[in-house]
Write a protein that binds this ligand. Structure first.
Ligand code: PRP
Length: 221
């Protein structure tokens, strides 16, 4: 990385809380970007600084990451492509980080397959109403009722709130354990790096260097 100076502005990273953030920090460490402050699990701090590299990091709820990046409160964000599609913010998507791979799928009991084939008006429960709408209305041309949930979406067909769900499938074990299956695949997903559109110009050198180092590391993995 370019040798930072005291008057250099901080580059700020917004990381989606949870598994993605841990993986991102591991990857950043591999290219020499560390944030010791962040490792203190007892800390209630919300923002962490690497003074030497003039970098700042904060954790946010996944769906808020593109918001911070669009408004420039963070220069760089890391979040799943599901969230990028759902939030549809004005940001540059610059890199597939290669982890957090999973699929966005239409799932339900095997008996629901028919309802999809015959384009019946069905109920779809999901945390991703925009993605579900785009898939059913614009790709399948099927009119459906979309019901927004905030988690444990697999409950939808079990308690007969909905006929099917649109959700993320990683190992498939949540589906299996609840008697559901993948009925149709919408798209593959993975962790992506996004960049604020102004930062991309103003901090072009530092961001390009970061992307180069990450690409090199990902290619070796
Ligand atoms: C996600 C997703 C599925 C599950 C898929 O839920 O919504 O429920 O993981 O993973 P699997 O295929 O490996 O079983 P998450 O754990 O994020 O919680 P949520 O249900 O509250 O959204």
């Amino acid at each position: 990385m370019e040798k930072p100076t005291q008057d250099m502005r901080y580059l700020t990273f917004a990381l989606g809380k949870g598994r993605l953030a841990n993986k991102t920090l591991e990857l950043l460490e591999e290219i020499g970007i560390t944030c010791e402050e962040m490792k203190d699990k007892e800390s209630r701090k919300l923002i962490f600084v690497n003074e030497a590299l003039r970098l700042r990091f904060f954790l946010a709820k996944g769906p808020d990451v593109p918001t911070y990046v669009e408004y420039g409160a963070a220069d760089i964000g890391v979040v799943g492509s599901d969230t990028i599609l759902e939030e549809n913010r004005r940001v540059y998507e610059v890199l597939d980080l290669g982890f957090g791979r999973c699929r966005m799928c239409v799932c339900g009991p095997a008996s629901a397959k028919e309802l999809l084939q015959h384009h019946e008006r069905i109920r779809v429960a999901t945390k991703y109403p925009k993605i579900a709408k785009e898939y059913f209305y614009n790709q399948k041309h099927q009119t459906v009722d979309i019901i927004k949930l905030n988690g444990s979406v697999e409950l939808g067909p079990i308690v007969e709130l909905s006929d099917v769900i649109v959700d993320i499938v990683e190992t498939g074990s949540t589906l299996r354990e609840n008697g559901l299956e993948v009925l149709e695949e919408i798209c593959p997903l993975s962790a992506r790096m996004i960049v604020n559109q102004v930062s991309m110009k103003m901090e072009a050198e530092r961001i390009k260097e970061l992307l180069q180092a990450l690409k090199g590391r990902i290619a070796k993995a």
